[in-house]
Design a protein around this ligand. Structure first.
Ligand code: SF4
Length: 198
C-alpha cells in the first residue's frame, strides 16, 4: 500500500475546509508536515509524548515546536496544544519490552499509546480528521502506524488521514526546514532505551 497516494486522493476529494488534529513528536518532524497539510486544513497540533525520557527534554522539544509554529507562515491557522508530561503513562504500557530493539514491539506500543490519546482528544473536540507526524521518520514503521490508525478510526469514528510523509522528499524537506529555522534536532528518538542504543 502506498500511503502517500492514499493521502493525495483524500486531499483531492476534500469537500470544503476541514479541521485536523495533528499528533506531533517534535519540531523537525512537524515542519514539513505543517508546510504540506496547512494548505488543506485548519490544524491543531497535539503534543502528547510521554515516551520522552525527561521533563527537560520534553520541554525543549515542545518549545522548539512552539517557536517554529510562531515563525512559520501558513495559509490556514495552526495552533499547539500540550497534554503535559507523564512518563509513567509510557513506562506502564511498555513494561516487559524494555530490552526490545528500536523499531520493534516496544515502539508499536508507543505509537499506539500516542495515537489513541490523540483519537480520544479528536473525538472529544469534534475534529474532522486526525493524523501523526510519526510516518516522516525513516526509523519508524509507517505500515504499522497506519494499521494502528485504521484500527482506532473504527473504534473512535474520527477520519484517520493515512500518510507516509517521508515520501516525496518529505524527510529531506524537514531537514532543510530544520536548518532554515535553526531547530533543535535531537539525536535519539525519545525514550531512555533509544538513548541507550545511540
Ligand atoms: S524508540 Fe521511539 S518509538 Fe520506540 S519506544 Fe522509544 S520513544 Fe517510542
Amino acid at each position: 500500500m502506498n500511503y502517500q497516494i492514499v493521502l493525495e486522493n483524500t486531499l483531492k476529494n476534500l469537500n470544503g475546509k476541514k479541521t485536523l488534529l495533528l499528533h506531533a513528536c517534535c519540531a523537525p518532524c512537524s515542519s514539513y508536515v505543517i508546510e504540506y497539510l496547512s494548505n488543506y486544513f485548519d490544524i491543531t497540533i497535539l503534543f502528547y509524548n510521554p515516551n520522552i525520557d525527561t521533563l527537560e527534554e520534553y520541554n525543549k522539544r515542545l518549545q522548539e515546536l512552539l517557536k517554529f509554529v510562531k515563525c512559520f507562515k501558513t495559509k490556514n491557522p495552526v495552533k499547539v496544544v500540550s497534554l503535559g508530561y507523564n512518563n509513567q503513562d509510557y513506562l506502564d504500557i511498555i513494561e516487559g519490552l524494555e530490552q526490545e530493539k528500536e523499531g520493534g514491539s516496544r515502539c508499536f506500543k508507543c505509537y499506539r499509546l500516542r495515537l489513541e490519546k490523540s483519537f480520544i482528544y479528536a473525538k472529544k473536540h469534534n475534529f474532522d480528521f486526525i493524523t501523526t507526524t510519526l510516518t516522516i521518520s525513516p526509523f519508524k514503521n509507517s505500515k504499522i502506524i497506519n494499521e494502528i490508525g485504521a484500527e482506532l478510526e473504527n473504534i473512535y469514528h474520527v477520519n484517520y488521514l493515512y500518510s507516509d510523509f517521508k515520501k516525496k522528499e518529505g524527510y529531506k524537506r524537514s531537514i532543510v526546514l530544520s536548518h532554515e529555522y535553526n531547530l533543535y534536532r535531537q539525536d535519539y528518538c525519545g525514550c531512555k532505551f533509544s538513548k541507550r542504543e545511540n
